[in-house]
Design a protein around this ligand. Structure first.
Ligand code: GLY
Length: 360
């Protein structure tokens, strides 16, 4: 039996199902003339599109498949234009479905497609990477990049279901898998000290991708995400806690040059930094800060840019943080930890502390 988690958003509530052999389409009422466009990327298409198509066809859905080139460059408005034209040519109508089959890039891209196609059609998220399973497939953030920065055009657009087949984790490249673990650790730090301890005690099973171990951990991450999103869908408040480590993380990604570091790799560095700031201004115990860094390192993640051979200039990082879309009125606000499992958002930090913790 899959684990089922509800994202409680009233009329737009939906289920996340997590397990083995979870197939997409479980939320669809079988009806004549239901059409789906399955969007994946050139890697995932070869692995899982046929299976996804067969599952939908078994429910009477007419399907069309398309795949964009793998990689962040596909998260582009020009690709949205192409996909919109493909969807219209394939005969999709207001009752149709877009299925996002893949990692975070595909989920964001196909999610945005679903939001704007015919002013909105149903969206099914079928994440096939760890990062997409625990983070980007849940909660309705969709969008594409602009030359000025990542995710600068997009919409909050919730799926009608999230179908997580854990078996797809077996084909995730090691570096990408490890990168996804940064977001897993994040949930422990921001919300649940018991989860944090569970991760500490399961490093071996996590690294060997033991699906029995991963099922419980992924389900708990999704439960937390569902709870936070249900409280604050549009990030007016508490949802910001999910950005723990992301302020410096995004800047590191940007200054290192997109593609140099994976998102989770940069977030790991950002989380260690946020722990340092938390020690400096929130009395976050040094012991707990060390536990966070130690866990990230045991999972194969770096906690300092220089540990990845990067010599990044503080001035450039500081400028990049100021340009982040989360910055308002030029004031940087951080999510900081008070204890493991408990964070506060919207924290200002004195300028001197920002630099001192980075250079320490
Ligand atoms: N990835 C953070 C969020 O969905 O809010």
């Amino acid at each position: 039996m899959p684990t089922t988690i509800k994202v409680d958003l009233g009329e737009r509530a939906y289920e996340i199902r997590i397990g083995r052999q979870v197939v997409p389409g479980f939320s669809l009422e079988t009806a004549d003339d239901l059409r789906a466009l399955i969007v994946s990327d050139s890697n995932v298409d070869k692995l899982y599109s046929e299976k996804c198509e067969a599952a939908l066809q078994a429910r009477g859905v007419e399907t069309t498949r398309t795949a964009v080139p793998a990689g962040e460059t596909s998260k582009d408005l020009k690709v949205i234009q192409q996909l919109l034209e493909e969807a219209v040519d394939a005969g999709l109508d207001r009752g149709s479905v877009v299925v996002a089959l893949g990692g975070g890039m595909v989920g964001d891209l196909a999610g945005f497609l679903a939001a704007v196609l015919l002013r909105g059609v149903k969206l099914i998220q079928v994440p096939t990477t760890l990062l997409a399973m625990v983070d980007s497939s849940v909660g309705g953030k969709t969008g594409v990049n602009l030359p000025q920065g990542k995710n600068l055009a997009g919409a909050f657009y919730q799926p009608v279901e999230v179908a997580v087949d854990l078996a797809t984790l077996e084909t995730v490249p090691e570096r990408e898998y490890v990168s996804g673990l940064a977001e897993v650790v994040k949930y422990g730090v921001v919300w649940d000290a018991v989860l944090f301890e569970q991760i500490e005690n399961s490093v071996e099973g996590i690294m060997s991708r033991d699906l029995d171990v991963l099922e419980g951990i992924i389900a708990r991450c999704c439960e937390i995400k569902a709870e936070v999103v249900s409280m604050d869908e549009r990030e007016a408040g508490v949802r910001a806690v999910l950005n723990f480590g992301h302020t410096l993380g995004h800047a590191v990604e940007n200054v290192a040059g997109y593609g140099e570091l994976l998102h989770g790799e940069a977030v790991s560095i950002g989380m260690a930094y946020a722990c340092g700031l938390s020690q400096a201004v929130k009395e976050f115990p040094e012991e707990e800060s060390k536990r966070v860094s130690a866990l990230l390192e045991r999972l194969g993640l770096a906690v300092r840019a220089r540990d990845r051979g990067l010599d990044l200039s503080w001035d450039q990082l500081r400028a990049s943080m100021a340009a982040d879309k989360k910055t308002r009125h030029s004031v940087l606000r951080f999510v900081l930890a008070e204890n493991l499992g408990s964070v506060v958002f919207g924290c200002e930090v004195p300028e001197a502390v920002l630099e001192k913790v980075f250079t320490a």
